[in-house]
Design a protein around this ligand. Structure first.
Ligand code: AMP
Length: 474
């Protein structure tokens, strides 16, 4: 079925945004994607950045939609979602995909989500919520298991303190509530049982009634090799998840997505668009760790290139509430995404003093370094996505943030995908470039000292079953 040409406005500005814009363009032969505020270096034949659109001003998007014949808007940035961007666009009569402000609390408040999960019997770690530090510490002292202490609000991926003993848990309470490391996001905390196992990132598109599952991914959230260092939202990912076979997808469908659907409908939340479930594969089954109300970043860059279905049509299914009659086609390749970040640099100031910048995500970092080697990537076996890249006064591509760009390797198996990711990222240069060298190894949080497992010994097939809104197709 060929689509009439559509004009889509995508609200995002991250590497995830680039991957979604690319998905629209790659799977629909005639769509025109406007990307606001977007990223000027992402401009492509049918991707047009709109820097005048602001993530904090939905009125700027409304004005753009009124001036252009925009068919629908897809909002995928949490800053916009959590402040009611979708509500504003819909009030102005613009067809929009994304959760409204109330539904975005699933990501914006961990306490809200944990209570919802508990109420609707979605398996998750035991927990308690506190508004003051002393009762939280008293609770922690009474526990005989390790905990994770989390700031309730949005913290750019670093508000969860995974603790190995009581002292570090008590310290985390102080860091969040007294030192106020995350400002108002730490007015309330969640103390939850630490889960052990292998993490999995689960994705689905939701039309307000039904979910259509996307391939799952394995995300590498820690900054350093060996899954060490700080939690930083993602240094790379692998898709499909190496442990995900048909049986696991069914388990996800029945144990997580169906009760979550009941929760969203039961609470009357107005939710459309992508849903992300961060979960742990534990010895006693799969448990939810977190929910995000948009696609994961860096998972988007490994998962979305697999998708072969026309994404404009899927979005129209979301808007019409007809996703249940649609299916998701994917290729059977493996994808490995590695993030190139702005690492440590040394600068000598005018007085001859050496200043060391720790680099992202450890602390301050420099920007504006020219990026070279992009033209040497082998585009037959890799994809390139920009997160924080801009053009300088001389029209050179330069670094513009912590996570700079993503290289995704493609292969017939995981080993090939990993090989192509690293073979290509090694061709890219900028001052202070830094990336993990072990994306693709499987670490088990039960024992981080154990040797990582090779993927060949795991149960997944690398193939993602054709999905319908009610589960895998036999
Ligand atoms: P969150 O801020 O909830 O997204 O958590 C960030 C990361 O912290 C997760 O991706 C996990 O790696 C880790 N984490 C969070 N909660 C738990 C938990 N209950 N048990 C073990 N690890 C966790």
């Amino acid at each position: 079925m060929s689509n009439p040409s559509r004009n889509v406005l995508l609200i995002d500005s991250t590497g995830r945004g680039h991957a979604i814009a690319d998905l629209f363009q790659r799977t629909d032969p005639s769509v025109q994607v406007f990307y606001g505020p977007g990223n000027p270096s992402v401009a492509d034949e049918r991707i047009c950045p709109v820097p005048d659109i602001s993530l904090s001003d939905p009125g700027s998007a409304v004005r753009f939609c009124q001036a252009r014949a925009i068919d629908f808007v897809f909002v995928s940035h949490i800053d916009a979602l959590s402040t009611g961007y979708v509500d504003f666009l819909k009030t102005n009569g613009i067809p929009t995909i994304g959760p409204d402000r109330a539904a975005a609390r699933l990501e914006a408040s961990k306490a809200f989500t944990k209570s919802l999960l508990q109420h609707y019997n979605v398996k998750t770690a035991r927990f308690a919520v506190f508004d003051r530090p002393e009762p939280a510490k008293c609770y922690i002292r009474g526990l005989d298991y390790d905990v994770v202490v989390k700031a309730d609000g949005l913290c750019e991926g670093n508000g969860a303190y995974v603790c190995s003993d009581q002292a570090s848990a008590l310290q985390a309470v102080d860091t969040i509530m007294l030192t106020r490391a995350h400002r108002d996001a730490g007015n309330r905390i969640v103390v939850e049982e630490r889960l052990f196992g292998v993490e999995i990132s689960i994705f689905a598109l939701f039309d307000g009634k039904e979910f259509l599952m996307f391939p799952a991914a394995l995300d590498y959230k820690r900054s350093d090799d060996g899954n060490k260092g700080v939690n930083c939202d993602g240094m790379g990912s692998l898709s499909p998840h190496p442990l995900a076979d048909k049986a696991l997808y069914r388990e996800i469908q029945t144990q997580l997505l169906e009760p979550l659907r009941a929760a969203i409908l039961g609470e009357g939340l107005k939710y459309t668009g992508f849903l992300f479930i961060g979960a742990m594969l534990c010895d006693d089954g799969i448990k939810v760790i977190e929910i995000n109300v948009r696609f994961g970043d860096s998972e988007a860059q490994a998962v979305l290139p697999k998708v072969q279905s026309n994404f404009v049509q899927l979005c129209e299914g979301v808007l019409l509430g007809t996703l249940s009659s649609m299916s998701l086609e994917t290729d059977d390749k493996c994808y490995c995404n590695v993030v190139a970040a702005q690492g440590s640099t040394l600068r000598v100031d005018e007085d001859g003093r050496a200043i060391r910048y720790p680099g992202w995500p450890y602390g301050d970092f420099e920007v504006g370094f020219p990026i070279s080697g992009l033209e040497t990537l082998d585009r037959r076996n890799s994809r390139l996505f920009f997160a924080n890249v801009r053009r300088d006064a001389e029209d050179r591509l330069v670094t513009a943030g912590g996570r700079v760009l993503h290289v995704t390797g493609i292969g017939d198996n995981y080993a090939q995908a990993i090989h192509h990711a690293y073979g290509n990222i090694e061709k890219i240069h900028f001052h202070g470039i830094s990336y993990r060298s072990d994306i693709g190894m499987i670490y088990d949080s039960v024992d981080t000292t154990r040797q990582p497992r090779q993927i060949s010994s795991l149960r997944g097939t690398g193939k993602f079953p054709v999905m319908r809104a009610h589960g895998p197709r036999d």
